[in-house]
Design a protein around this ligand. Structure first.
Ligand SMILES: Cc1cc2nc3c(=O)[nH]c(=O)nc-3n(C[C@H](O)[C@H](O)[C@H](O)COP(=O)(O)OP(=O)(O)OC[C@H]3O[C@@H](n4cnc5c(N)ncnc54)[C@H](O)[C@@H]3O)c2cc1C
Length: 436
């Protein structure tokens, strides 16, 4: 939370701003009053979630709205749908949903985000048969630029649904969101180091056949760590990782090793490949079964910068081979692995998965290192494969480039003209990616 007059930073420390004013409304009427007051004084207003976007999408130089209310607004048990206050964090969901035997259909790899922030940027997990979080949003209530309260669902203003489910924060202040959940389930997880070349060859088949397949490739090694999660009924027995085991794997090997590599890498870059090879040797096979959220989510305590591109899934192996050749050619020392995931096609206008089965390639850099050259050169490869950048992560595209990547881009802009004609909710990032 930011106090008025204090500087706000995003998680990655890549963006910051001193908002003119910070407000913490605790209900729809208070949000409406805040939007009308901002309009009267001619300043912009923007809701911020958990600040987990790497891009400047959440920056609010005018009024920053910190939606300080969370939790269940309504539950439709028969339909398996819950309506959540927009400021609800994903990590609150397991406890909120457990009494109804429900869970999110899929999740990304952290749960610190708010439901409104996560859906607004197209947050996704992995699974060739599962679209991103926005595809599970079946209704929203938002406050539009004129201070009106607008409900959008399959039966009310339904023509707006493909825009407001993933609206980049550009269409209004979300007050609540209704999520289509699924019956709670377990995941059987198998994590194994495998030869990178073989993983590339098998990526398309495994993305299609496994429920949730992803892999990490450590630059300067020939190894990929594959993660394959299979959905099981909740009544199947759990076989969770022991506490110590989880700590050793997640904290010590994942975050702890990065901490050492990143610190060493800043001082002695040639050490990085050696430490990466150590990571590669230490990362063993593990096999466990647990509640879905405990398997999807990991703890990220080492800060980094990230760019992620969504490609037509078929293009992923070739694009990755090009990235490997680029890293060799440039002689970079990279301490973070690349992460490769997949998602099913959807019909949400600004979704990175719009209209095509998708594969994701994410690159990371320790937050104290300058990512510019690495990300720009990888971005050129992604663009050559018709890649679409994640809205919440770093990239350099503008509205002209993005229009060519999204067939319904102008339809989205028409909704923006309708819901926010005065551009109350814009900021520099939105001006760049959507236009004035
Ligand atoms: C460590 C880490 C791991 C991550 N893992 C993944 C991952 O696995 N998959 C993935 O896809 N992404 C991932 N991300 C990116 C992240 O999910 C997105 O950037 C997400 O938007 C962050 O949510 P937030 O609540 O922090 O929103 P913020 O970053 O605070 O805001 C994002 C956007 O939502 C808008 N917004 C927030 N609340 C409202 C509201 N009430 N009404 C209207 N607009 C609103 C903001 O104005 C802004 O435009 C990760 C990020 C980090 C830092």
């Amino acid at each position: 939370m930011t106090a008025s007059g204090a500087r706000w930073h995003n998680w990655a420390r890549s963006e910051s701003v001193v908002p003119a004013r910070v407000e913490r409304p605790t209900g729809a009427a208070a949000v409406q009053r805040a939007v009308l007051a901002a309009a009267r004084s001619g300043i912009r207003i923007k809701a911020v979630g958990a600040g987990h976007s790497f891009s400047g999408i959440a920056l609010a130089p005018g009024v920053q709205l910190d939606l300080a209310w969370s939790g269940l607004v309504d539950v439709d048990e028969a339909a398996g749908r819950v309506t959540l206050a927009a400021g609800t964090h994903l990590h609150e969901l397991p406890a909120l949903l457990a009494p109804y035997g429900l869970a999110l259909q899929n999740m990304g790899d952290v749960d610190r985000q708010t439901i409104a922030g996560a859906t607004s940027t197209g947050t996704h997990g992995t699974g060739g048969g599962f679209a991103g979080l926005a595809a599970q949003i079946v209704a929203v209530t938002l406050v539009t630029g004129d201070g009106a309260l607008l409900h959008v669902s399959e039966s009310e203003n339904s023509e707006l649904l493909p825009a407001v489910r993933l609206g980049l924060g550009a269409l209004g202040i979300l007050v609540d969101l209704t999520v289509q959940c699924v019956p709670a389930y377990l995941l059987h997880a198998v994590d194994t180091p495998e030869p990178f070349e073989a993983v590339l060859d098998g990526y398309l088949e495994r993305s299609a056949s496994a429920d949730h397949f992803e892999f990490y490739w450590f630059p300067h090694t020939e190894t990929a760590l594959t993660k394959t999660n299979t959905r099981l009924l909740a009544r199947t027995g759990r076989a969770p990782l022991g506490r110590l085991n989880r700590w050793v794997d997640d904290e010590l090997l994942a975050n702890g090793l990065y901490r050492v590599t990143c610190a060493a890498g800043l001082v002695v870059p040639p050490l990085v490949p050696r430490v990466n090879r150590l990571a590669d040797r230490l990362t063993g096979r593990r096999d466990f079964t647990d509640h879905s959220h405990r398997v999807f989510v990991t703890n990220r305590s080492v800060r980094f910068h990230e760019m992620e591109y969504a490609l037509p899934r078929d293009a992923v192996p070739a694009a990755l081979r090009e990235v490997r050749a680029l890293i060799q050619k440039r002689g970079w020392r990279l301490s973070f692995p690349l992460e490769v995931r997949s998602a099913a096609a959807d019909d949400i206008w600004l979704s990175t998965g719009y209209g095509r089965d998708t594969g994701y390639i994410a690159v990371h850099k320790y937050f104290r290192e300058n990512p510019r050259n690495y990300f720009a050169d990888v971005e050129a490869i992604m663009r050559a494969h018709d890649g679409r950048p994640h809205w919440g992560k770093m990239h350099n595209l503008d509205a002209d480039a993005l229009r060519g990547l999204y067939p319904r881009f102008d339809d989205f802009l028409a909704v923006r003209d309708r819901l926010d004609p005065e551009r109350r909710f814009t900021n520099r990032y939105l001006e760049r990616v959507l236009g004035p």
